[in-house]
Write a protein that binds this ligand. Structure first.
Ligand code: SAM
Length: 243
């Protein structure tokens, strides 16, 4: 069965949203992947269909109730093949920052179940009790998990076989080798007096590759020293240096 994202949200109408257009949208329409947006409110049990309540201990805002959310998660997993357990993610600014490596991993499984928080967040007991993996898309606070979930799903879907035009584009871009991508150019050859770097039009593939690698390394060192520290030293260099 195709890769599938199941999203638990109070706003199912936000899906597929931007994932319904362009490459992801076409792939969704043709069944390369599936999207299931489930309304958390459908699992509310009281007369008012309430999903939140005031935080224990006081403070501003509201908290998503553990009982309602747990019921929503359990309902989403009814009939799920237990041999194909899906990752259970919670979009959360407290989570481990999402990386391309984690995205790749997620595309290799059946696809995740994703919980979108709202308000001040969700009751800790459902995070612990249902083993939710908290995932952040950056050090800033969104008003809900939906836009974060859309970002995560988009990053996954473009890597699925048959979604991107050219298979290779997924393996050469930023982060795939621990580096930021080199600068790109296309026609016109001269733009506002600035030519395309000569080496790129030389036809010498080895020189082009070396230029791109050097540009990538310089850019990564300048902008993301945190990534630079993780770049694996290429085997031949290391051997050479140890001698
Ligand atoms: N009170 C929470 C805190 O300080 O950590 C923030 C709650 S935020 C207003 C509401 C919801 O948006 C969160 O439960 C989460 O699902 C989502 N969210 C906000 N920022 C996010 C981020 N950077 N990454 C992933 N999800 C985020």
């Amino acid at each position: 069965s195709p890769w599938r994202a199941t999203v638990l949200t109070l706003f199912p109408e936000m899906f597929p949203g931007p994932l319904g257009v362009s490459l992801a949208g076409r792939a969704l329409a043709s069944g390369v992947w599936e999207l299931e947006a489930r309304d958390i409110r459908a699992s509310a049990t009281d007369r008012h269909r309430s999903v939140d309540d005031t935080p224990a201990g006081g403070g501003p805002g509201m908290v998503l109730r553990a009982d309602v959310l747990a019921a929503a998660i359990d309902a989403a997993e009814i009939g799920q093949d237990s041999s194909k357990e899906r990752p259970r993610l919670l979009m959360s600014p407290r989570g481990r920052p999402l990386t391309q490596a984690r995205v790749v991993e997620l595309t290799q499984g059946p696809g995740p179940l994703i919980v979108c928080g709202r308000f001040e967040g969700i009751d800790q007991r459902v995070i612990d009790g249902r083993g939710l993996e908290e995932v952040s898309i950056g050090d800033y606070v969104l008003s809900g998990g939906e836009i974060a979930a859309l970002a995560l799903i988009d990053a996954c879907v473009r890597l699925l076989p048959g979604v991107m035009g050219k298979e290779a584009s997924g393996t050469e871009e930023s982060f795939s080798d621990g580096l930021l991508e080199y600068p790109q150019y296309t026609r016109p050859q001269l733009f506002e007096g600035v030519p395309i770097p000569e080496i790129l039009t030389s036809g010498d593939h080895a020189k082009v590759a070396a230029w791109r690698r050097a540009e990538s390394e310089a850019l990564t060192a300048a902008r993301r020293p945190d990534l630079s520290a993780q770049i694996p030293v290429k085997a031949p260099n290391r051997a050479g240096r140890q001698k």
